[in-house]
Design a binder for this molecule. Structure first.
Ligand SMILES: NC(=O)CC[C@H](N)C(=O)O
Length: 250
């Protein structure tokens, strides 16, 4: 089995390396016709405006939309998530072209700018149930988006708490304002049919469970015809939470 990785910009090499650790070949996709040779596709993180411009230049949008419509498994990480969303907010003036298909609204830079990038221990009950390993994964958020609305068919796989401070005027004393700190959850990983999307970067850690989970969405794998190495037989080095060099996306 061969997995396509959109290789216009961003962390495509890191995805190919993660696939290799699972014994699966990832091939770079830069032209529409190359999509015919793969049964699934990963759209990496990077910078979604730049990626959209390059995809437009290479006339990739019609073929990418067709690929999604045909029901072939597609996984978008970070900028890739933005690409797959039906709607994005926080875009540059004039917006940017999206592939669409994923019934959600994404906020492009929900967590702020590059310096607000962070890592966190993210609970992943569904992935851990299917793939084994610890109940959480180390999640790397780089100028990350978040999913602020989802449709009914979208399954939420992970969310993170975010706190906000609101000033309200509930006091009986005039002009006496009260600050209320509220904590809500924001969605950072979803699945809808053939589409998987994560706001963070599993390809930048040694934990291959997200890749393994995605590969199981590819029918060849379910048929048992693939020679993919199972996670359980692998070196469980992800428990060390070792990080691969963090790229700075421009
Ligand atoms: N790490 C990332 O992929 C960042 C995505 C970025 N927020 C964008 O708009 O493209």
């Amino acid at each position: 089995m061969v997995v396509g990785v959109l290789a216009l910009q961003g962390s495509f090499n890191e995805h190919i390396a993660a696939l290799k650790r699972l014994g699966v070949k990832g091939v770079q996709i830069r032209k529409p016709e190359q999509l015919q040779d793969v049964s699934s596709l990963i759209i990496p993180g990077g910078e979604s405006t730049t990626m959209a411009k390059l995809a437009e230049y290479h006339n990739l949008f019609p073929a990418l939309r067709e690929f999604v419509k045909m029901g072939k498994p597609v996984w978008g990480t970070c900028a890739g998530l933005i690409f797959l969303a039906n709607k994005a907010t926080g875009q540059k003036t004039g917006g940017q072209e999206l592939i669409g298909g994923l019934d959600c609204t994404v906020h492009r830079n929900f967590f702020g700018s590059q310096i607000q990038s962070f890592e966190t221990e993210l609970p992943i009950p569904e992935i851990a149930a299917k793939e084994g390993g610890p109940p959480s994964c180390r999640a790397v958020f780089i100028r990350a988006p978040a999913i602020i609305e989802v449709g009914l068919d979208v399954e939420v796989l992970a969310d993170v708490p975010v706190s906000s401070v609101e000033t309200v005027n509930s006091s009986p004393i005039p002009n006496e304002e009260e600050s209320i700190k509220s904590v809500r959850k924001v969605i950072v990983a979803v699945k809808q049919g053939n589409m998987l999307a994560t706001a963070f970067h599993p390809e930048l850690t040694a934990d291959t469970r997200w890749h393994s989970y995605f590969l199981k969405m590819v029918p060849e794998i379910e048929d048992g015809t693939s020679d993919i190495i199972s996670t359980s037989s692998m070196d469980q080095s992800f428990t060390n939470r070792s990080m691969i060099d963090l790229p700075i996306f421009q």
